[in-house]
Design a protein around this ligand. Structure first.
Ligand code: G4P
Length: 526
């Protein structure tokens, strides 16, 4: 296949949702179409394997939340889909935000009984900042749901987004019969409990097709016709430009657990969602079909397999073609890296990447030289922007329960900091470390990971610190500030000076006394 076509057929997307709306279930069903899982029997086997794979993270099981995001690549009907999984819990949104910087479109999953929830809204705002096209999947129609008009109205009002139904539900809950696919004029009948097979749809020539009278009870058909008349009067028709600009969302109704409506959603992503979009570098915009391979690291995951202490940098390829053994420049260090052992995350398995294209995600095993936000390029030096960094909002002290192992703790914390799991500061005085996170649950996850991955029991303790700010400016002035505030200074994992302020008064005073210095809540990753 020609180079341009390879790129054109790629669809790199993520699912955003509030916990429990059905993201995991939908992901599994999407993989069914990708051929990763086919038979009903295999689904269970895969479930067991999956549990085994995530066993290492006890927190995930104990709290029933998914904390590690991953990538799944699969082919369906001529397209290559890269689905990036995002952790659902709000405490892990840092990771989610970074993942969203690596996709070209998103699917927003809503629970039909709940509509827009807090986390849906937050994630939507991130997508909006990037003008990202969003398709909406209203899930759980097999249960009692809110009125579909209500739901689309809520999406329109709360998200200030034009809405166009791509399918329309016929009944709901016990009386859910199926959907009318408005984009393709076909009836898709609901077959309860057939979640592991692919449902067939029935082609119709519009709503007056006599087939519909045979297949649907009179009252249901009547209601469908009136509903659709209203839909056509109230909603804008599907307009691909408006969708691609992020102003209009097509809405699909379905039931992920019954694998209903999933095929239509996937087909629509294949047909309408954008192929890899140009990348923004500080220097210029980069077109995916440019010859030179380039990309950026949006995620680091350490210890994916506790038996092999590996660390994988996830690289979103922005342009060109990756080949095994390719030599790319690591822009931050200026060094050349030969990449021989990158991995592709095929839904079935991980596999050594021989070749990959703009839009794809590859995993590069490394020993800590790749960091979040780094650019790799075969061509001229460019630096990609847009991988967000977050201000640590809660600061706690951490200490090893075994004082003999304090050094090990330091190493573990540095690794976790490089992975982007937390901000880690080493105060100039004293032996404790200070860890900054965005959400309090992150402390539990960190404690658990340090215990299981590094065999170190640790304790987190509250501090009276209000904020940690990076100090930047003329090196002599920075040194003067550091010397004058020794007791409040720390360094981050890369050795950059950080001011640990007890309260606003101290921070304001510091800013007043050193007007030429900059106090930064986040450190640019690039
Ligand atoms: P999440 O990743 O967004 O958090 O949601 P997940 O897929 O885990 O789904 C949350 C719950 O909703 C699960 O039930 C799941 O089975 C259920 N669910 C998902 N899709 C549908 C649907 O179309 N219809 C109905 N009725 N339920 C759906 P659970 O009881 O929390 O877990 P489980 O024991 O069933 O796995």
């Amino acid at each position: 296949m020609a180079f341009d076509q390879e790129i054109e057929r790629r669809r790199t997307f993520a699912i955003i949702s509030h916990p429990d709306a059905g993201k995991t279930t939908l992901t599994e069903k999407l993989l069914l179409f990708g051929g990763a899982i086919q038979l009903a029997g295999e689904v269970k086997a895969r479930g067991d394997r999956r549990r085994a794979r995530s066993d290492w993270m006890k927190v995930e099981q104990e709290r029933g939340i998914s904390v590690a995001s991953s990538v799944m690549t699969f082919d369906y009907e001529g397209h290559t889909f890269n689905l990036l999984d995002t952790p659902g819990h709000e405490d892990f949104s840092e990771d989610t935000y970074r993942t969203l910087s690596a996709v070209d479109s998103a699917v927003m999953v809503l629970d039909a009984a709940k509509g827009i929830e807090t986390q849906t809204r937050k994630l939507f705002e991130v997508c909006r900042l990037r003008d990202m096209p969003i398709a909406t999947f209203i899930n759980k129609m097999d249960r009692e749901a809110r009125d579909p008009f209500d739901l689309i109205d809520e999406v329109e009002q709360k998200l200030a987004l034009d809405v166009t139904p791509a399918s329309w539900p016929i009944g709901m809950g016990r009386d859910f019969l199926g959907c009318y696919d408005l984009l393709n004029d076909q009836l898709v009948l609901f077959d309860r409990g057939k979640g592991d097979v692919l449902t067939e749809s029935i082609q119709c020539s519009g709503l007056d097709d006599p087939k519909l009278e045979e297949l649907l009870p009179d009252h249901a058909l009547e209601k469908l016709k009136t509903d659709i008349e209203m839909v056509r009067a109230l909603c804008k028709p599907f307009d691909i430009e408006a969708y691609l600009e992020g102003h209009l969302t097509p809405v699909f109704f379905g039931s992920a657990i019954n694998n209903f409506g999933v095929r239509e959603l996937l087909a629509a992503i294949g047909k309408n969602a954008p192929s890899p979009r140009p990348g923004k570098a500080l220097e210029r915009s980069v077109t995916p079909t440019e010859d030179a391979m380039s990309g950026f690291v949006f995620k680091i995951q350490a210890n994916m397999d506790p038996k092999h202490r590996d660390r994988i940098a996830f690289l979103r390829i922005v342009s060109g073609r990756f080949r095994k053994g390719i030599k790319a420049k690591h822009v931050r260090s200026g060094k050349i890296m030969a990449i021989h052992n990158a991995q592709l995350f095929l839904a079935q398995d991980r596999e050594v990447a021989e070749e990959a294209f703009a839009g794809d995600i590859i995993g590069i095993p490394n020993h800590g030289n790749l960091r979040i936000g780094d650019t790799l390029t075969e061509g001229e030096l460019i630096r990609y922007t847009g991988v967000p960094s977050f201000a640590p909002e809660i600061l706690q002290k951490v200490r090893s329960e075994d004082p003999m192992k304090a050094k090990h703790l330091g190493r573990a914390l540095e690794q976790l900091a490089e992975e982007g799991a937390a901000r880690v500061f080493k105060p100039n005085l004293g032996s404790d470390w200070v860890v900054g996170v965005v959400g309090p649950l992150q402390f539990d996850v960190l404690a658990d990971r340090i215990r299981t991955e590094y065999q170190l029991p640790v304790k987190f303790e509250a501090t009276t610190l209000m904020t940690a700010e990076w100090v930047d400016g003329d090196p002599r002035e920075v040194k003067k500030f550091v010397d004058a505030n020794r007791a409040s200074m720390a360094v981050d994992h890369a050795g950059a000076p950080v001011y640990l302020a007890r309260n606003n008064w101290h921070l304001d005073k510091a800013k007043e006394d050193y007007p030429t210095l900059r106090f930064l809540k986040t450190k640019e990753e690039v």
